[in-house]
Design a binder for this molecule. Sequence first.
Ligand code: PMP
Length: 325
Amino acid sequence: VIPYRDGAWQQGELKAYGPLNLDPSCSALHYGQAIFEGFKAFSQPDGSVKTFRPEANAERFNRSAARLAMPALPPALFMEAADALIKLDAAWVPKAVGESLYLRPLMFATDPFLGVRPGSEYLFVLFASPAGAYFPQGVKPVTVWISEDYVRAAPGGTGEAKCAGNYAASLAAQSQAQAKGCDQVVWLDAVHREYIEEMGGMNLFFVYKENGKTVLVTPELTGTLLPGITRRSLLELAADLGFEAEERKLTVQQWRDDVATGRMTEAFACGTAAVITPVGTVKANGFEMTINNGQNGPVTLALRDALLGIQHGTAADTHHWMHAI
Ligand code: PMP
């Protein structure tokens, strides 16, 4: 826990996990001046522990902070806090493949003040929780619901930031998706309501076969979707596996046409929690389609294995993504 007051970050403290003491008028509770991050630590074959691209999370944290009119946290402090927390007890980083220690940094305004203005006092908190395998029964494609009733982020809004409000706004849509028998929401852009943006907590990728080449396509960062660190990593990893990668816009109609003509052979979602999840069935009002017969696709699985190999230390970290604790 690191407090910010009088215009500066104060001495941090390692505390036992437990409730925080907050003033009921604390502005984070009313106006949502609150941001967070999520990354993982992995046990390595030699018994050491490494985190995956924590510098990228520290950087995104500060971009979210700037959008929410909050002070930046020096990246070194972010890194030190994570390392110190992990070092507390090496035994709490799970050893099994697929398992990890999930780290959750957050920052929120603690000012007891009911006016709407940026706070002057903040709390940075970092806690950790062991995370089991996302697919304990093996990877299985998910069913997704294209949300037409709700939008996640509008141009000029906070869609690019990892802030609490974005997730509050997504809860009703997630419930609707579940009521339709789906696992996740697919968000469309707020202006045209036709361009595919991302999923609830994951970015999307589409796999094309073009003249014998495999091309990965992911929606470009337009300012309204979260720049995922897994997304960025896959764009870099694609070439290692002989795939091309492109960031561009894709409409729902194009998605349907490309699946129907067989040009698009797979689709998957990616993020820290699930790493890579195949998308099997896509539903919306009045339509439903299945990709790759609802099966795990080879490109999806190859990318998943490559990324998990780097994270678990069974493949060479050629991109220098792993940070030793
Ligand atoms: N989009 C949203 C809305 C998310 O919450 C997340 C999870 N942080 C992602 C995408 C994927 O980002 P990352 O790969 O950094 O976990």
